[in-house]
Unconditional design. Structure first.
Lengths: 441, 351
């Protein structure tokens, strides 16, 4: 189906796409005008490597905008070294291990990537990243350096881990640890930046290690489930054996038509595993107050739950990389601007998953119970179903949600204005069309 | 810790469904306390393989809960410092029976226990005491007991609970506690799981009433019994008694679940999977319930579907057990899936 036909058959998404394109005002639009040539170069690199990430980063408050952009590019550079199979491990491993110390240099670049490596520019033009890095607040530099060091060493360890290279991830805790290195650490760094900037509640970093860890793991696991076919074609895989071996002898068996049912059971089991992070995700989001940071955190999470529901019980995952519709993305971007909107998105997709589980599925009851657990958690966030005379329980999460609801209220005003403008334009358009029609008759 | 070591316990209603689980959990304590059972009916001749306690180690006292003499005799011969009161008629009995056991019996037990210097009474109340037909979302113990009760059973349970809790008298070394389990099931259960098996046998399992978004608590009987043991221990320990005596606690498996998901899990464990499910929405099902009730009356048969049953399966009824977790240290040890397995195994024993 073409994109236009897709949009036309989902009117809510069409409306969202139009609103997003014509009506929504981006947050912090002035930042771009004031930036130097070198900074512009960095943003160009950012857009080059990830269009979707670039869009959310560009809207961040100026306090964090450059720090997050540089953080992203540094990790992208690290990833580009790690990912490139044309680089000899003897060269690769020391670079990964020492990558954090490169950040102390005035200037450093690397042109050892293969010519086909799409992000090689990030390493070739690394000096302009370094220049901006050194302009960041020292405490932001420290965070970026710390995470780069940890991630680089983690990557190097995996390259040298023969068992991993030969057999993939074994246990669920191996799976969690792998996701920690590639995504949990990103959550760690971003959360530190957020708290340093004063944009999230203070306890977000120090008291709740699992919160930011779970933010990262939820995204990473969703991607890992979705990328089965693509990864397999590249000769690698990140599904943990402890789970997939319950359903097949070899991981590649799922791609055979006769194993589709087992493949679906396995995907659903992995989805169940990913869903255990959702309560923390909601708790985390309730702790972020500054609006641009909230959107920055929320958008990937709501896209992940939409993707998770798309991969759930989906036999296409065994053969291709499934993606949510563009229009869905527009809808999610607009709706995830409030915590309430995010919660509704999660609830919608969780109930959708629940509706589609079959009784035969070995995870049937467990998935039901996990979804119920999240519903119970959501109930405890808002506590709106209390009988007369019963006071809400004064829990940490309840207080956070109350605070965040005040922030939500400001966004709701903007949403209402957009809705009004949309309806106005739509009515005007219809009137013009009608006038032209009658006039020409 | 010796202060909360139980020497001797008297289980009122100990021959019943929950009673056997109480015997089991108390018998697993080290050192094992002396276990006495008081009931109108004797202990079953054959005990399910799901239990490992040794029946000959249990002292049985037959008697009437409303008789002061019977109760006094049992308490005095047992020398129990803890009385656990889990005697309760099954739902579906007459109002007269509810009044007799729940109200008169409980009153008698409290009076005699206090006279006999029993240290603590643990009362098995019911989560139903807060239910008035309205949805119950994540309820905790601050929820009120409704002025208009749901039915005679819940009304008498609420009256009894109130009596038990107001009898708490630390000055006089007489402590009480009330536990409110929700949806007890397990080996010995004559209602939940057997009821579902019956539905499948009648071929009615392919019908689903309501949208299945409503959450329910089911609680494995062994876990409920664990909570009783913990309650007894906390009451005997002076350092914790103050925080828990005179208090009520919801007890569940801490995993609220969608009603039909549980039902289908039972049917699946029983080897029965419906390929297609027909969903009746709530208003339609209520109308059908009235019709079924009407025709059943004409035919003088027991109606399968009633408006009351429809409302029950469509209601939200789940609870927040933070208080029990925090103050009693309660954690459900047996999960729902394992609980269902054990229940079906028990049913297959054909006891």
């Amino acid at each position: 189906m073409g994109k236009v036909a897709q949009l036309l058959s989902h009117p809510l998404e069409l409306k969202a796409a139009l609103k997003l394109k014509y009506l929504r005002k981006p947050l912090n639009p002035d930042a771009v005008a004031k930036q130097s040539a070198n900074l512009t170069e960095c943003y160009k690199l950012l857009t080059l490597t990830s269009r979707s990430f670039a869009a959310v980063i560009m809207e961040l408050d100026t306090e964090l905008r450059n720090a997050v952009m540089i953080f992203y590019l540094v990790l992208r550079a690290l990833d580009t070294v790690e990912d490139d199979m044309t680089i000899d491990p003897k060269i690769k491993v020391p670079i990964l291990r020492e990558f954090d110390s490169k950040l102390d240099l005035e200037s450093w670049s690397f042109d050892g990537n293969g010519p086909n490596e799409k992000d090689r520019a990030v390493l070739v033009e690394f000096p302009c990243i370094l220049e901006e890095y050194h302009k960041l607040k020292p405490e932001y530099q420290l965070v970026i350096k710390e995470i780069t060091g940890k991630m680089g060493n983690g990557m190097a360890d995996y390259i040298l881990d023969e068992n991993f290279n030969l057999n993939g991830l074994q246990t669920v805790s191996d799976y969690d640890l792998y996701c920690h290195y590639v995504a949990g650490l990103v959550g760690d760094g971003l959360t530190q930046l957020l708290v340093l900037a004063g944009f999230g509640s203070k306890d977000l970093y120090e008291e709740n290690v699992h919160l930011y860890e779970d933010m990262g793991l939820f995204l990473q696991k969703t991607n890992i489930i979705r990328d089965y076919a693509e990864d397999l074609a590249d000769g690698r895989s990140f599904w943990p054996k402890e789970i997939w071996s319950l359903y097949a002898k070899n991981l590649s068996d799922f791609a055979k038509p006769e194993n589709t049912q087992q493949g679906i059971f396995c995907i659903n089991h992995l989805v169940l595993n990913a869903m255990t992070h959702i309560e923390s995700v909601l708790h985390y989001l309730a702790s972020v107050h500054e609006q641009s940071s909230f959107q920055f955190c929320a958008i990937p999470q709501v896209m992940a739950i939409a993707t998770l529901s798309l991969v759930f019980a989906n036999p296409r995952v065994m053969h291709e990389n499934v993606k949510i519709r563009k229009g869905t993305t527009c809808y999610l971007i607009l709706k995830s601007r409030t915590l309430r909107g995010c919660v509704e998105i999660f609830q919608y997709y969780l109930r959708d998953i629940k509706k589609r589980i079959t009784v035969e599925d070995p995870s049937y009851l467990k998935i039901n119970i996990q979804i119920a657990k999240i519903e119970q958690y959501i109930e405890s966030m808002y506590q709106e179903q209390l009988p007369l005379g019963v006071k809400p329980k004064d829990t940490l999460i309840y207080k956070k949600v109350l605070d965040r609801t005040e922030d939500d209220a400001k966004v709701t005003l903007i949403e209402e204005e957009e809705e009004f403008k949309f309806n106005l334009s739509f009515t005007m358009l219809l009137t013009i069309v009608a006038a032209v029609y009658f006039y020409s008759k | 810790m010796s202060s909360n070591e139980i020497q001797s316990v008297l289980l009122i209603g100990g021959a019943g469904f929950l009673g056997l689980h109480l015997i089991q959990q108390f018998s697993e304590l080290k050192p094992q306390p002396k276990i006495h059972v008081f009931d109108v009916r004797p202990l079953p001749d054959r005990i399910s393989k799901q239990f490992s306690f040794i029946p000959s180690e249990i002292t049985f006292h037959q008697g009437d809960l409303t008789s002061p003499a019977d109760v006094r005799k049992a308490i005095e011969t047992s020398g129990a410092e803890i009385v656990v009161h889990s005697a309760s008629p099954m739902h579906g009995n007459s109002q007269e029976i509810y009044e007799k056991v729940n109200v008169k019996g409980t009153k008698n037990l409290l009076t005699v226990s206090k006279q006999c210097r029993v240290k603590a009474v643990v009362y098995t109340s019911s989560a139903g005491v807060i239910f008035n037909g309205q949805d119950v979302h994540n309820a905790d113990e601050t929820w009120p007991i409704p002025e208009v009760p749901m039915d005679g059973y819940n009304e008498t349970k609420a009256i009894a609970e109130e009596m038990v809790l107001s009898a708490n008298d630390p000055e006089d070394d007489f402590l009480t506690i009330a536990l409110r389990p929700a949806g007890i099931f397990g080996p010995g259960d004559r209602q939940l799981v057997p009821g579902l098996r019956q539905v499948a046998k009648l071929g009615q399992s392919k019908f689903q009433i309501g949208d299945n978004n409503n959450l329910f608590d089911w609680t494995y009987a062994g876990n409920v019994a664990d909570a009783h043991v913990l309650a007894a221990q906390k009451l005997l320990d002076p350092s914790s008694a103050k925080g828990v005596s005179g208090e009520a606690f919801f007890i569940t498996n801490d995993t609220p679940t969608y009603f039909w998901a549980l039902a289908r899990t039972v049917w699946k464990a029983d080897g029965h999977i419906d390929k297609r499910v027909i969903v009746l929405n709530r208003p339609l099902a209520i109308a059908a319930g009235y019709l079924s009730q009407f025709f059943s009356k004409l035919l003088k048969k027991e109606p399968g579907l009633t408006p009351f049953r429809v409302k029950i399966v469509c209601a939200y009824r789940y609870h927040n057990i933070s208080k029990a977790k925090e103050l009693l240290g309660y954690q459900p040890a047996v999960d729902i899936e394992e609980g269902i397995k054990r229940t079906l195994k028990w049913m297959d024993e054909g006891l």
